[in-house]
Design a protein around this ligand. Structure first.
Ligand code: PBG
Length: 331
C-alpha cells in the first residue's frame, strides 16, 4: 500500500480543508466578562490584561455598543464595590454596583443576555469567597459553607430582581446551586437558569483577575474551597451534585490546563458545558505577543478552538470581542 500522502490528500487547499474541518468557532460561543466599579468617570486599564478595563457605569455605553455590534450574545458581570466589610453585605444591596449595572444594561440593550457572577471575594474585607468561621475572635478561620449559602441566596436574588437573565455562583460552596434554585423558585423566578462553577480549581491562572476585581485574599489561600488541580474525578463528582441540584449549565475553570476535564465532563453530561478561559490564560498570550514571541491572533484562535474541540458549548473569554472581530472579517 502506498503510504505517501494518504492523510495529506485532504489538506491540499484551503477549500478542501474547509470541507473536512471538524470544529468551528463562532461568535455564538462567546460570553464576554465585564468589570464594573462604583464611582464616576472611571475607565481603568488593567495592566496585566491588556485591552480589558474596569468601568464605572457612566462610562460603559461605548463598551456595550461594541459588544452588541459584534453580536456577542452574552456578558458576565463582576462588580467592584466602593466599600467592603467582613461579610460582603454590599453584594446584595439593591443599589449595589452589579444591581445598578444590570438595570443600566437591560435598559439600553434589552436583548443582550446578562449573566452575573455571584461571589463575595470582591466585597469582603478579607477577600475570601464567603463568611469566615468564628469571625470576631478567629479572623483567619476557614470559610463557613452554610452561613455563606444564606448570603449567596440574597445576592443571587437581588441580581435577578435587578433584571439579570442568569446567575453564576462562583464561590465553590457546596450546595450553592440548590440554595440559589430554592431562593429563585420561592420568589417565582423559575425561568432564570443557573450556570454552576462546578469544577473550579485553586489556580495560579487567576492572578490578573484578582488585580482587576481587587479580590485577592488578605490571608491564606482558597485551597479549602477551590479544587486541587490534581483531581479530575472529584470534579466530575462535584458536577454530578450540581446536576442533581438542577444546575442548567456546568462550567470548568480554568480551561487550557484542564482540557481533559472539559472533555470528560462533556462525555458524562447532557447539559451544556461551559469553560472559563481565565485571566492568566489571556495574559500569557498577550504578554508573549507583546514581546513578538508568538502570533497573537493565531494563538488566540488556536486556543479557543481547542476549548471547542474538547467539548465546550460556551466559552467565557476576555478574547470575545477580539475573536468576534476576526471571525467576522473571515466570513
Ligand atoms: C471568584 C472568581 C475568580 C474568577 C472569577 N470569579 C477567581 C478567584 O479569585 O478565585 C477568576 C476569573 C479569571 O481569572 O479570569 N469569585
Amino acid at each position: 500500500m502506498h503510504k505517501t500522502k494518504r492523510t495529506r490528500r485532504l489538506r491540499k487547499t484551503e477549500n478542501i480543508r474547509r470541507l473536512v474541518r471538524e470544529t468551528r468557532l463562532s461568535v455564538d460561543d462567546f460570553v464576554y466578562p465585564i468589570f464594573v466599579q462604583d464611582g464616576e468617570n472611571i475607565e481603568h486599564d488593567i495592566t496585566s490584561m491588556p485591552g480589558i478595563k474596569r468601568f464605572s457605569i457612566d462610562r460603559l455605553a461605548q463598551e456595550l455598543g461594541e459588544i452588541v455590534r459584534l453580536n456577542i450574545p452574552a456578558v458576565l458581570l463582576f462588580g467592584v464595590p466602593g466599600t467592603k466589610d467582613e461579610t460582603g453585605t454590599k453584594s446584595w444591596h439593591d443599589d449595589g454596583i452589579v444591581q445598578k449595572a444590570v438595570r443600566y444594561i437591560k435598559q439600553r440593550h434589552p436583548s443582550l443576555y446578562v449573566i452575573t457572577d455571584v461571589c463575595f471575594c470582591e466585597y469582603t474585607s478579607h477577600g475570601h469567597c464567603g463568611v469566615i468561621e468564628g469571625i470576631g475572635n478567629n479572623k483567619e478561620g476557614d470559610v463557613d459553607n452554610d452561613a455563606t449559602l444564606l448570603n449567596i441566596q440574597k445576592q443571587a436574588l437581588s441580581h435577578v430582581q435587578a433584571g439579570a437573565d442568569m446567575v453564576a455562583p462562583s464561590g465553590m460552596m457546596d450546595g450553592s446551586v440548590a440554595a440559589v434554585r430554592a431562593a429563585l423558585d420561592e420568589h417565582k423566578y423559575t425561568d432564570i437558569p443557573i450556570m454552576a462553577y462546578s469544577i473550579k480549581y485553586a489556580s495560579a491562572f487567576y492572578g490578573p483577575f484578582r488585580d482587576a476585581a481587587e479580590a485577592a485574599p488578605t490571608f491564606g489561600d482558597r485551597r479549602t474551597y477551590q479544587m486541587d488541580p490534581a483531581n479530575r474525578r472529584e470534579g466530575l463528582l462535584r458536577a454530578s451534585y450540581d446536576e442533581w441540584e438542577n444546575a442548567d449549565i456546568l462550567m470548568v475553570k480554568p480551561t487550557l490546563a484542564y482540557l481533559d476535564v472539559v472533555a470528560a465532563l462533556k462525555s458524562e453530561t447532557n447539559k451544556p458545558v461551559a469553560c472559563y478561559n481565565v485571566s492568566g490564560e489571556y495574559a500569557m498570550i498577550k504578554a508573549a505577543a507583546a514581546n513578538g514571541w508568538l502570533d497573537e491572533e493565531q494563538a488566540m484562535l488556536e486556543s479557543l478552538l481547542s476549548m471547542k474541540r474538547a467539548g465546550a458549548d460556551i466559552i467565557i473569554t476576555y478574547f470575545a470581542k477580539q475573536a468576534a472581530a476576526v471571525l467576522q472579517r473571515k466570513i
